[in-house]
Design a protein. Structure first.
Lengths: 269, 771
């Protein structure tokens, strides 16, 4: 469980990081290391060059401005969970952040890393999709902004290209009410299945994660008032998702967590 | 003479002497051993469950800069187990075939572990895969094939039944059948396994640092397997970060490291990583029991019939097969604390293409308790009786001790019924039933599970080997300070504290004046090591025997030097004095000075110096601890997730040496029991690949999974030295059953009962939907 040999650069500005990424095709960004380092130790990932961005202070900003929450790529999960501004602007994001791993993990893990890693069972990528957020990428060629729905493409698969650095996530402050719920076997685990529910008046959406290869946001034109109708609707929606045949448990759970999230959303704000 | 009241160390809540170094990060574990020029080992392990090895090409690896040597079976032609014991033995490095994923095939020895792993990747092993044998029931039928061509799959078979069983079974008015399954687990010590070995150039002796529970046993194994005489080998056991029976074995890696040090005359170290731990530490608990129970209208159980099966893995673990241990003892203690007169057992242990089964804390017990308590609950539910009442009706009573069970095991005295009543009080059983009914109305499902256990301890033979005694060498130095050496192999139990407590009382010296030594075969007297809950009763017994002998000698000195009768001498606080005349006293230091420096004053008939080795062999081949665990759980019937919410324990391990340490043992065992009940399982896929290869997949209990645990102590002394009984396994023997029974109780409205461990969320949902 030792990584294969690699070269290591430590950047102190975004520009410097981009230069290294440009100069070394196939290089990887090292952020919190909570996902990358285990993979390297298993030798499942063997980058020849690591570009450490932990010294890039400008990536560590968190603000709510212009109707948007702007979260720098290097913001740690724990910062997100503790931010009063975030709790006020998008409460469900604070709630979700508190469900990521344990304190020690949250102290290291970054939101950029979580989004780049794109584990289908992780909370933040799904939050980004549920909240209609977007990902700001920068490369030597310039900056571009991708809606979350386009960014996440499948199982651990994103629109990130060689040389791209995630610099920021942006989440619009919305009038909708949101709810979050997940099933874990132990507190702090990756979700077996999780759901975000949006209630915008009588309509809204459900976003599931842990169910298929990527977070899936499905719009709902009108939320049924009765529980059994709502469950029937949710069941229909799950049925349309590409869930593995063998995942009976997850399918059954999907409806239950969505239902719980629905009630959560009722309580929000 | 009136007994003088003096603070007794035995029974006191003494803080562990080990803790300051452990908590401040000063303890030295195996991986802290650094010697100039030390080489490190990485193993190439089998990626196949079963395959012939067609070729091994190590050339590229050998030429990688920094690589010192590459070893295959040729360089280390050692077999674990000689052919007489079993028909099969595991070669230290694979010889022409592999039989489980993770089996060591080639060892790379390099300047450091990074290079060793780089080189390991360059080794080309050509395999021809063969159909793996993975299903226990099939394997017993020799299907799909034999694991080892020349040996039947069933390597241990034993049948036993109480005379008159068939008639009694047939005559009973009720019968139930059930099949119980426990899934593979492993101990997952916080510190993984590891070994370092080096030759002492001056003496030519081999020093082996080993993370083991049995220093002398390890020396014997290394000597026998590598054919070196014992006096040329020294085993040193540094701090051990958990053993749980898993470190009682001698592993292929231990042999390879020692062989490498001998062959290349270099210091060599290997430390396991977590992946290696999960695939190559001995596994445990891979058992199926097909059971029938016969009982009368009142819930009195008359007879149990059990077909015990265990999947022993590819080879018998060395030097102790866990499959044999799990089934062999389960068959003898299957009736637990209950007076069940008839028992019939058939055992089949089979080979498979999985990791060898060895010992894990509790060995047979967690499985047997799961079955025994599961049966009692089934009887209760069948007759619509209260589970506590059915237990009361069947419990062995005080007047029956010493009790001979249906498998002819003799139980010494315990507090079976008392412990259950005590635990029921702690959990508030009557009140709970009311709460349960109310919560059910609200759609919440809570349950309690009662697990009354017996724990055979201090056995003449166990996974710690066949050494039934323990030794203690006490040396009082000229300063009056004491060292006491044991052959034990603690891995966190606190022996340095408990043994010192026992000695302090005997020698009349403060705890701070005693240092307990262990884990070095050059200084420790021969002993069996730690395993099978033997260190407290047998090691403690040795401390008491040696301590008493030393005490007698100190008294002789004091009587002589103070010119008083031996009967009038008292010891305490580092001094000896004449009873009732505290002024006529001298210090232990003065006695020690006399014994070493002023030898003309030594009383007649006494030897020079203060050094004694005492040994203790219990008269009984086993002493039984007992107790009751009660778990309260809440089952979320929508997600299938189980939460253990409350927990009570009434524990009887005879005279308690240190309640804090006993409680610590219980807390740890309960945590592991919760893991066994709802989380931990090693899973193989249909190709025999282990799929739980990290702690992301092999789920251990975390602090948030373990509730507060109320512990009540009952003391029914054993007949052995000090009245001590062992206690390190009882908590893990009892806990899985307590949690499993609690889940069954919570889900009673749905009709099902737990028959498989761990109980996973999807299993719970099935139980809920199967209504
Ligand atoms: C025990 C444990 C439990 C966990 N539990 C959870 C959980 O419950 N939920 C959850 O969501 N996560 C969980 N995680 C994962 C954790 O959230 C990680 O921190 C996260 O997935 C990755 O973030 P990181 O900063 O550590 O990224 P790293 O490990 O440093 O990098 C991960 C990947 O992202 C890339 N990357 C990182 N930053 C950037 C960037 N700015 N631009 C481009 N690429 C980038 C890296 O190159 C790498 O490929 C857990 C981790 C552990 C170890």
């Amino acid at each position: 469980m030792k990584p294969a040999a690699f070269k290591y650069f430590r950047a102190s500005t975004t520009e410097e990081a981009l230069q290294h990424l440009e100069a070394h095709p196939g290089s990887k960004v090292l952020a919190g290391g909570q996902s990358l380092v285990p993979l390297m130790n298993f030798r499942l990932s063997r980058p020849e060059v690591l570009v450490d961005i932990n010294g890039v202070d400008e990536l560590n900003r968190l603000s709510v401005e212009g109707g948007e929450v702007r979260i720098g790529a290097l913001v740690r999960h724990q910062q997100l969970a503790e931010s009063v501004d975030v709790a006020r602007a998008v409460p469900v994001l604070s709630t979700a952040a508190q469900h990521i791993g344990h304190w020690a993990i949250r102290n290291r893990g970054t939101i950029g890393g979580s989004v780049a890693h794109a584990d289908p069972a992780s909370e933040l990528p799904a939050a980004l999709v549920a909240l209609n957020g977007s990902v700001v990428l920068r490369s030597a060629a310039g900056e571009r902004r991708l809606p979350a729905d386009e960014f996440f493409q499948g199982f651990f698969n994103t629109a990130l290209q060689d040389g791209d650095l995630i610099v920021e996530l942006r989440i619009p402050v919305s009038k909708s009410r949101f709810g979050f719920s997940e099933v874990v076997r132990r507190p702090g685990d990756f979700a077996l299945v999780g759901a975000y529910i949006e209630r915008a008046g009588s309509s809204g959406a459900v976003t599931w994660f842990g169910l298929s290869g990527r977070p899936e946001r499905l719009p709902v034109d009108a939320w049924p008032q009765g529980e059994s109708d709502r469950r029937a609707l949710l069941e229909r929606l799950v049925g349309a998702l590409p869930v593995d045949e063998s995942e009976d448990y997850k399918r059954a759970m999907a409806v239950n967590v969505a239902e719980r999230a629905y009630h959560q959303a009722e309580g929000e704000k | 003479m009136a007994e003088v009241l003096r603070p007794q160390m035995m029974g006191a809540r003494v803080s562990r002497l080990e803790d300051p170094r452990l908590l401040s990060g000063q303890a030295r574990f195996l991986d802290d051993i650094q010697v100039p020029g030390m080489l490190e080992v990485a193993f190439v392990r089998s990626p196949h469950a079963a395959a012939k090895i067609l070729s091994v090409d190590v050339e590229a690896a050998r030429h990688l800069p920094g690589v010192y040597a590459v070893m295959t079976h040729q360089e280390c032609p050692v077999m674990l187990w000689n052919k007489e014991s079993y028909k099969v033995g595991q070669p230290a490095l694979a010889d022409g075939e592999v039989a489980f994923v993770g089996q060591p095939v080639v060892a790379v020895i390099a300047e450091n572990r990074y290079i060793a792993e780089d080189a390991a990747e360059l080794i080309r092993v050509e395999y021809q895969a063969i159909t793996p044998v993975l299903d226990m029931r099939d394997a017993i039928q020799e299907k799909p094939r034999r694991v080892h061509e020349h040996a039947e799959n069933v390597f241990f078979k034993k049948s036993r039944q109480t005379p008159g069983f068939d008639e009694a079974f047939a005559a009973a008015s009720h019968h139930l059948t059930a099949s119980f399954r426990t899934n593979r687990q492993t101990a997952v010590t916080m510190e993984p396994r590891g070994t370092a070995a080096m030759l002492d150039a001056a003496s030519g002796r081999l020093t082996v640092y080993a993370s083991t529970q049995s220093p002398h046993r390890m020396r014997e194994d290394i000597c026998n397997l590598l054919d070196i005489p014992e006096h040329l080998v020294r085993i040193i056991v540094p701090e051990v970060g958990g053993g749980f029976g898993m470190k009682a074995a001698c592993y292929p890696e231990d042999v390879v490291v020692a062989q490498a040090a001998l062959r290349y005359r270099k210091p060599v170290k290997w430390i396991s990583d977590r992946l290696e731990s999960l695939e190559s530490d001995v596994h445990a608990r891979d058992d199926i029991h097909d059971v029938e129970v016969a009982f009368d209208d009142d819930g009195k159980i008359i007879a149990i019939k059990d077909h015990l099966m265990a999947d022993g893995g590819a080879y018998p673990a060395y030097p102790w097969s866990g499959a044999e241990g799990e089934t062999g003892l389960a068959a003898r203690v299957l009736t637990g604390p209950y007076d069940i007169p008839y028992l019939a057992t058939d055992i089949d242990c089979t080979y498979s293409n999985k990791t060898p089964l060895g010992s894990y804390r509790g060995v047979w017990g967690p499985i047997a308790s799961f079955i025994q308590e599961g049966l009692v609950d089934r009887v209760a539910r069948h007759l619509n009786l209260d589970p506590a009442d059915v237990r009361r009706r069947n419990m062995i009573r005080k007047e029956q001790f010493p009790y001979r069970n249906a498998a002819r095991m003799i139980y010494d005295e315990g507090s079976y019924l008392e412990s259950m009543e005590e635990a029921l009080k702690l959990i508030g059983y009557e009140d709970f039933r009311k709460r349960q009914a109310v919560l059910r109305q609200q759609g919440r499902y809570v349950g309690v599970g009662i697990s009354v256990f017996v724990e055979p301890t201090a056995m003449a033979s166990s996974e710690a080997g066949e050494v039934g005694y323990e030794s203690c060498t006490i040396r009082i130095e000229p300063s009056g300070r004491v060292t006491a050496a044991f052959g034990l192999g603690p891995s966190g139990q606190g022996h340095e504290t408990t043994m010192a407590q026992l000695l302090a009382d005997q020698l009349g010296v403060p705890l701070a004046d005693i240092v307990v030594l262990h884990g070095d075969t050059d200084s420790a007297p021969y002993g069996g090591g730690t395993g099978g809950s033997r260190s407290g009763p047998i090691g403690g017994g040795a401390a008491l025997v040696a301590g008493r002998q030393m005490r007698e000698r100190l008294i002789k000195y004091a009587a002589h030097l103070l010119e008083a009768g031996e009967d009038d001498i008292e010891l305490g606080d580092g001094k000896a004095w004449v009873a009732g005349v505290p002024d006529r006293s001298l210090t232990i230091r003065t006695i020690a000075q006399t014994a070493y420096m002023d030898v003309s004053k030594i009383p007649e008939g006494l030897p020079i110096g203060l050094e004694i080795t005492g040994r203790y062999l219990p008269k009984r081949p086993v002493t039984f601890s007992n107790g009751t665990h009660i778990a309260e759980v809440e089952v979320d019937v929508h997600t299938g997730v189980v939460k253990v919410t409350r927990y009570a324990v009434a524990n009887d391990c005879g005279r308690v040496i240190n309640p804090t340490i006993v409680e610590g043992q219980i807390h740890g065992g309960v945590a592991q029991g919760i893991g066994a009940a709802v989380l931990e399982a090693l899973r193989y896929d249909e190709d025999g690949q282990l799929v739980t290869t990290s702690l992301l997949d092999y789920l251990l209990p975390e602090s948030t999974d373990v509730p507060r645990i109320d512990v009540h102590h009952i003391e029914t002394p054993s007949e052995g030295e000090g009245g001590i009984k062992g206690m390190a396994e009882g908590s893990l023997i009892a806990a899985p059953a307590a949690v499993a029974c609690a889940i069954s109780d919570a889900l009673a409205p749905f009709g099902g009962m737990v028959d498989t461990l761990p109980v996973t969320p999807d299993m719970v949902l099935k139980m809920v939907q199967d209504r």
